[in-house]
Design a protein around this ligand. Structure first.
Ligand code: UD1
Length: 425
């Protein structure tokens, strides 16, 4: 089992660079399937999920290679897509990562059929696929679930109007990727507005797709007959940027987050200002500095542009070392407070009631061994460890590695004392 040994008392200070967003890069990789030929994607984070998605694409017949750019956290991914990709995904690979469901839309659109294993992913609550399925059915696909696979067939998808019950990121992405090669016009209403959706639509646009309204609740797609491969650069990771921003405030530090985009984090940065931090949007990044102990601020997670659910564990950790009491409300994933038990081991005063957490701040955490239960919870526990009175061992950090390339090196670069260790699992 891989662990991080995090020594408390550090003040994060200096510059840190953010590479491309995991949650975008994985979808851009799926989108490459829509055009035969060689696509290249830059600023792809060097993380396990990218390696898993690369393997998913290889099993579909693509040639995939990754060239790391030293010191950047990311690199260039080259994907060679065959004229006729395979349409069956590997069961064990797909089960390891939820984002692999995003090959469903492109495969049905391009090949007329797909057999995709029901995906796995983080333990943060039940994660339905009903909107992916009903949307594809409205586009004319027939979908059945058999032996752990979703099997979709559609000789040709036909444009239609789709109203999502909830602005699901994954469903919006899958449906847009399916609609770009459908006949006629598709309108996705109550679409997700995340920067990663805008990024995907921009790449699809450069491949020749006709898409209007990305970044709004109504996305209109006019289907085309074929798309071309592309050279594209992934949008910076706002969740990693937000993690550094919250880390700077928790440790009363001063961090310049290179390539951080302030407009992608408006609500989160506003909360940090309310907590007492100095937040500056710079030309190529964001500076976050904090003197003294932060004040508690209430947080409500919502789809973009609301406070991101992926930063909720860090928000709870921040409140736990702030003055006063905060009410943190989770509206996106019902299981996302599961990590709080681990934070409580560090002495946090948190009471959960349904999808609310009442957090009473204390001066610092009390170090203890804790378990990373998912990517973001793990990052939140590392930040908590930095504010503890000893050495906190965060166990099972393979989760953290799924979202944060070079996390230990970057923490050390900012002045923290953190090291990776291994112990029998
Ligand atoms: C993506 C991100 C994840 C982030 C989330 C919300 C990736 C790889 N992951 O996940 O990090 O936390 O957006 O910003 O990009 N739902 C249904 N039925 C569906 C689809 C979703 O009930 O068909 C529910 C989910 O269970 C969840 C909520 O809708 O409760 C939001 O899910 P969604 O926006 O789809 O998140 P993901 O795309 O899975």
């Amino acid at each position: 089992m891989q662990c991080f040994e995090v020594t408390g008392g550090a003040r994060l200070a200096g510059r840190v660079r953010v590479t491309g967003a995991k949650n975008s890069a994985l979808k851009l990789m799926a989108a490459a399937l829509l055009a035969p030929g060689r696509s290249t994607i830059d600023e792809v984070p060097d993380i396990l999920d990218v390696a898993i998605m690369s393997e998913v694409l290889r099993r579909l017949g693509c040639g995939v290679s990754y060239e790391r750019v030293p010191g950047s956290g990311g690199g260039r991914l080259t994907i060679d897509v065959p004229d006729a990709p395979s349409t069956e995904t590997d069961y064990d690979l797909v089960r390891r990562m939820r984002a692999s469901i995003s090959v469903l839309g492109p495969l049905v659109a391009r090949c007329g059929s797909a057999r995709v294993a029901l995906p796995g992913g983080d333990a943060i609550g039940s994660r339905g696929l009903d909107m992916h399925i009903s949307g594809l059915e409205r586009l004319g696909a027939t979908i059945v679930s058999e032996h752990g696979f979703l099997v979709a067939t559609a000789p040709r998808l036909t444009g239609t109007s789709i109203w999502l019950d909830f602005p699901s990121v994954g469903a919006t992405e899958n449906l847009v990727m399916a609609a770009v090669l459908a006949t006629g016009i598709t309108v996705v209403d109550n679409a997700a507005r995340e920067p990663e959706i805008v990024d995907l639509c921009r790449m699809l646009g450069e491949m020749g797709a006709r898409i209007d309204g990305a970044g709004t609740s109504t996305i209109t797609v006019e289907g085309v007959d074929s798309l071309q491969p592309v050279e594209y650069t992934t949008v910076p990771d706002r969740i990693v940027a937000g993690t550094w921003a919250i880390g700077a405030v928790m440790t009363r530090g001063d961090v310049v987050i290179e390539r951080g985009v302030a407009e992608h984090l408006t609500v989160a940065l506003d909360k940090l200002t309310d907590a007492g931090a100095v937040v500056e949007a710079l030309p190529g990044g964001i500076r976050v500095a904090m003197e003294g102990r932060p004040r508690c601020v209430d947080v409500v997670t919502l789809p973009f542009p609301g406070f991101p659910t992926d930063l909720q564990p860090m928000a709870v950790a921040l409140a736990a070392v702030s003055t006063g009491t905060a009410l943190i409300t989770e509206n996106v994933f019902e299981g996302r407070f599961m990590f709080v038990n681990e934070l409580v081991r560090l002495g946090a005063d948190v009471r959960i009631d349904g999808h609310h957490a009442v957090v009473r701040g204390r001066e610092r955490f009390s170090s203890a061994p804790v378990l990373a239960t998912d990517i973001r919870a793990g990052a939140g526990l590392v930040l908590a460890g930095l504010c503890s009175d000893g050495v906190t061992e965060v166990q099972d950090v393979h989760h953290v590695d799924r979202g944060y390339p070079d996390f230990v090196d970057q923490l050390v670069g900012l002045g923290a004392v953190v090291r990776r260790t291994e112990r029998p699992g």
